[in-house]
Design a protein around this ligand. Structure first.
Ligand code: G3P
Length: 230
């Protein structure tokens, strides 16, 4: 299973890339906004053109680090999505155009598939939506499991349903488990055979840790000091 980082922060991508385990990045407008609030570099550009330039710079820096970077269109009509997506796709071959799961989005996905431009369908909350996006030719679909959990549904059950349908019908669209909230989500997604998991930075940082690893290492180091002190 491929592991993606869900962020618009290049330093975070560089940090996890150095571990040798990162396969891609997903961004979205909310994550871009968060970085704009957190980073002084973003405040120097004003207006939509300036924001786009900052976003482009961020995406291009990420593209140097990982082979797959999802950049989300903000238009809601298919013509606007296509215009934005063509621009994003021309930035770098690692860019995947992220398109929302709407009927306008489906039209845009169909267009991008005909041009062999990779797409990631975002805001997928049902198996029916997943199937439609796959049939339209999406490269990736992103079911949001955490947001389903948040409203009392079982997000991982949606992944189980989608993977069952994929097995039955041989869809080749990759299933990216998004809106993950904790390490167990990543393990459960892997057990269900999902192709990709996108993980927030704070959750990614938890993945290498285990209390027994820490205490085990401490003991090894203490014992080695005793050996070398002999
Ligand atoms: O990349 C989109 C998705 O992962 C969003 O997650 O935490 O905003 O539900 P969240």
């Amino acid at each position: 299973m491929k592991l993606f980082l869900d962020t618009a922060n290049v330093s975070q991508v560089a940090e996890i890339t150095a571990w040798g385990v990162l396969d891609g990045v997903t961004t979205n407008p909310s994550l871009v906004l968060k970085e704009g609030k957190d980073s002084s570099t973003h405040s120097t550009s004003s207006g939509q053109a300036g924001s786009l330039q900052v976003f482009k710079k961020t995406v291009l820096e990420m593209c140097k680090l990982v082979p797959c970077v999802s950049a989300q269109v903000t238009a809601t009509d298919s013509a606007g999505m296509i215009k934005q997506g063509l621009e994003y796709a021309a930035w770098h071959k690692h860019v995947v155009v992220k398109v929302p799961m709407t009927t306008e989005g489906l039209k845009a996905i169909t267009f991008f598939a005909s041009k062999k431009i990779k797409t990631n369908t975002t805001l997928v909350f049902s198996a029916a939506q997943a199937m439609l996006a796959a049939k339209a030719g999406a490269t990736i679909i992103s079911p949001f499991i955490g947001r389903l959990d948040d409203q009392g549904e079982d997000g991982m059950n949606l992944i189980a349903e989608i993977m069952e349908i994929w097995q039955q019908h041989g869809f080749t669209t990759e299933v990216l488990v998004a809106s993950t909230r904790h390490p167990r989500h990543i393990v459960d997604a892997a057990r269900l055979g999902a192709h990709i998991c996108t993980i927030p930075y704070d959750v990614f940082k938890k993945l290498p840790n285990h209390g027994l690893t820490d205490s085990g290492l401490k003991k090894f180091q203490e014992d080695w000091k005793k050996v070398s002190g002999r």
